[in-house]
Ligand binder design. Structure first.
Ligand SMILES: [Zn+2]
Length: 313
């Protein structure tokens, strides 16, 4: 009887563990891209031009995020400063300080500001590992989006601090990025959301080829995610497989990192699990080792390894 009870308890315990134990491996996955925000706009005010109606959903705090990511085996996250906080990164920084073992961050600073490189140095001490840049921030047309002087200082500081320039761009912004990557070959660069290829529903070969060509720059990485927003925009996102296959072939799994882009990935029919499952279970061209890089090691090596520590192999 006692044995029976013990066996039952053991079976329950094992069943509880199963979702976290894929193929017997620990599943300490990393999500390379999540936004958090709070409805407390008195303490964390929105930037001019934004109001509470822009906050959809009205709240997405770390605790709300954990309800989605922890059951999927994700334990660490790179936060991305949300647009409606403008250049005030304080909510993100406070959340990094609250959960220092879970979060690092990607901040937004003004490239047209007085001394962006110094801001990058200061933010490095607060867990900021990357800076989000895009043509709108530059106040320039897309073909000149990296011309403002501040970007020279930013790309140089990023190389010095091992911080990344995280680019929210479409394929039309790649020629300018290519120019800067040639001028600053040591600067880590991350292209978000598969360069938004297929955001209008059409995955064009010319766009795919342009993104693949960026792999010639050794420090350019790609975030593989925001599946809810690309191609057919329907779970299980199998139509994105050929695009992802070409990216992994061009960049190698060691320069690709999975991202959910929560909370946008957890609205309507879209779920957190569906996003991670595309990489974990539905892409037959990925080896187990490739999956380990996409879901953990690439992001771990860049975002979470201290400079003096040996990177994961
Ligand atoms: Zn995002």
């Amino acid at each position: 009887m006692a044995f029976c009870l013990l066996a039952t308890l053991l079976a329950v315990e094992l069943a509880n563990r199963l979702p976290d134990a894929d193929n017997g491996k620990a599943t300490n996955y990393i999500d390379a891209h999540v936004h958090v925000w709070t409805p407390d706009t008195a303490r964390y005010p929105l930037a001019p031009g934004f109001n509470k109606d822009n906050m959809k959903p009205p709240s997405f705090t770390p605790e709300e995020l954990f309800k989605h990511c922890k059951p999927a085996g994700v334990g660490r996250i790179n936060l991305i400063q949300m647009s409606f906080y403008g250049f005030d990164n304080s909510y993100m920084l406070d959340m990094i300080a609250k959960y220092p073992d879970v979060f690092v961050g990607t901040a937004v600073i003004n490239p047209l500001g007085k001394d962006p490189a110094r801001e990058m140095d200061d933010l490095a001490k607060k867990g900021v590992r990357a800076f989000r840049i895009h043509p709108k921030l530059s106040e320039q047309p897309v073909e000149k989006w990296l011309r403002p002087e501040g970007y020279k200082a930013m790309f140089a500081a990023a190389a010095r601090n091992n911080q990344a320039m995280a680019c929210l761009i479409g394929p039309d912004a790649l020629p300018e990025l290519d120019r800067m990557c040639t001028a600053y070959p040591d600067t880590p660069v991350i292209i978000d959301h598969l360069c938004r290829i297929g955001a209008d529903g059409v995955i064009r070969d010319a766009d795919v080829d342009r993104l693949c060509a960026m792999a010639k720059h050794k420090n350019v990485m790609v975030k593989v995610g925001a599946f809810y927003a690309l191609g057919k925009k329907k779970p299980s996102y199998d139509d994105l497989a050929p695009l992802i296959k070409k990216m992994v072939a061009a960049f190698g799994a060691r320069r690709c990192m999975w991202e959910s882009d929560c909370p946008f990935q957890v609205q309507g029919d879209h779920t957190y699990q569906a996003s991670i499952d595309l990489v974990l279970r539905r892409l037959d061209f990925l080896s187990d080792d490739d999956k380990d890089w996409l879901l953990r090691k690439t992001a771990e090596n860049f975002f979470f390894v201290k400079k003096d520590a040996a990177p994961a192999k």
